[in-house]
Design a protein around this ligand. Structure first.
Ligand code: SF4
Ligand code: SF4
Length: 356
């Protein structure tokens, strides 16, 4: 990291005012019972304590977005022929996401291989990702649903962030992780951090230590495959699930979507919206056949994708950042950690104990 800077709490608003003159700033604000990311304006009361209810996923991957508008035009020379005209693609504005937790920013590290590489590169995602900067706040304490340290992350993880802020002495130590982040620390409102940089490091180290011993989830990759056909196991762990989908909508790493056309007369829009693999309709085919007909099949897929199939394709990276949102907000307290641990410890029919 480059030289650490420090900004006192009382100057934070002024810094955000400065930054919001240069780009759109999204920051966590209280909305009813939830803390969500909203555009910052002078005077906005931001909430940097605790984990936001929603991760900043929408900054790069909106819950619903128009991919393009289209118009059908009849060919006057040949009335049987209709041409389609595609409208220009909207260009995203430069955006700063201020105040995400490291787990929220890390979510995009899990999106990136899927959306930015190879044949299926997604231009909508990529252009928004490139125009978004993340200033994350390190956690100096954790909630009992957090397990980031067990999935290759941690309270001071910088993966996915451009700046890491650590709360120290009634202000924040700000450290640049990338060049983009470094450019934002040039404001005269920030001063050299001096000794506070060491304090910030100590606080992050203590926060990690306070989380206790991490659980090794790497064996889950093999073990989840070994019990793939054990539907009794999956029925048992999914028994209380009510298929509401809250876990997928709150998850920083869930990236499935659906595409629909909304049209009126000769004009329309192609819309992409988040989808939810915990829903019966997710895999329902036009024929009426459904390859994942029960919640046992669907939970098996959600857990298997994150802890087995994705790591298999992406150099062992687990597609979960351990934020615990799906645990904290599940109305019936389904706990993904417990399911993976139970899967690793489950006796298969051959008597082999998983997790070894
Ligand atoms: S939030 Fe809980 S109840 Fe709802 S779909 Fe997810 S696991 Fe099932
Ligand atoms: S699966 Fe749960 S704990 Fe993991 S990233 Fe998604 S919401 Fe967070």
């Amino acid at each position: 990291m480059a030289e650490a800077k420090y900004i006192s709490q009382d100057k934070l608003g002024k810094w955000l005012d400065e930054l919001s003159q240069q780009m759109q700033v999204l920051a966590p604000v209280q909305e009813g019972e939830a803390v969500v990311f909203r555009p910052y304006q002078t005077g906005t009361e931001i909430r940097l304590e605790g984990q936001p209810t929603l991760p900043p996923k929408e900054a790069v991957f909106p819950a619903s977005e128009e991919l393009f508008a289209y118009t059908y035009r009849k060919n006057p020379e040949d009335p049987a022929q209709t041409d389609v005209e595609i409208g220009p693609r909207a260009q995203p504005q430069k955006t700063l996401v201020f105040g995400a937790r490291p787990c929220g920013s890390r979510g995009f590290v899990i999106f990136d291989p899927v959306y930015t590489q190879g044949y299926y590169m997604d231009p909508y995602y990529r252009v928004r990702r490139e125009s978004t900067i993340f200033a994350s706040v390190a956690c100096v304490s954790h909630e009992n649903s957090c397990f980031c340290h067990s999935v290759g992350s941690g309270p001071g993880d910088t993966a996915g962030s451009d700046i890491l802020l650590t709360p120290v002495d009634n202000g924040y130590v700000a450290e640049a992780v990338t060049d983009k982040g470094g450019e934002m620390l040039g404001s005269s409102l920030l001063e050299a951090a001096g000794d506070k940089a060491g304090k910030a490091r100590e606080l992050r180290d203590k926060a990690l230590k306070d989380m206790g011993e991490p659980r090794d989830f790497t064996p889950a990759r093999e073990k989840l495959l070994a019990i793939f056909d054990d539907l009794d196991f999956w029925e048992d762990v999914s028994a209380k699930c009510i298929s509401c989908g809250a876990c997928t909508y709150l998850c920083p790493t869930c990236y499935c979507f659906n595409i629909t056309d909304e049209s009126a007369g000769m004009q329309g829009s192609r819309i992409r919206s988040w989808d939810n693999c915990m829903s019966f309709q997710f895999t329902l085919e036009a024929s009426g056949h459904n390859p994942r007909p029960t919640k046992a099949h669907r939970l098996r897929n959600r857990v298997g994708h994150k802890f087995s199939y994705y790591p298999e394709l992406h150099q062992g990276m687990i597609a979960c950042c351990g934020c615990g949102r799906c645990i904290k907000h599940c109305p019936v307290s389904v706990d993904i950690r417990e399911i993976v641990i139970r899967a690793m410890e489950h006796q298969t029919e051959t008597g082999e104990e998983a997790g070894k």
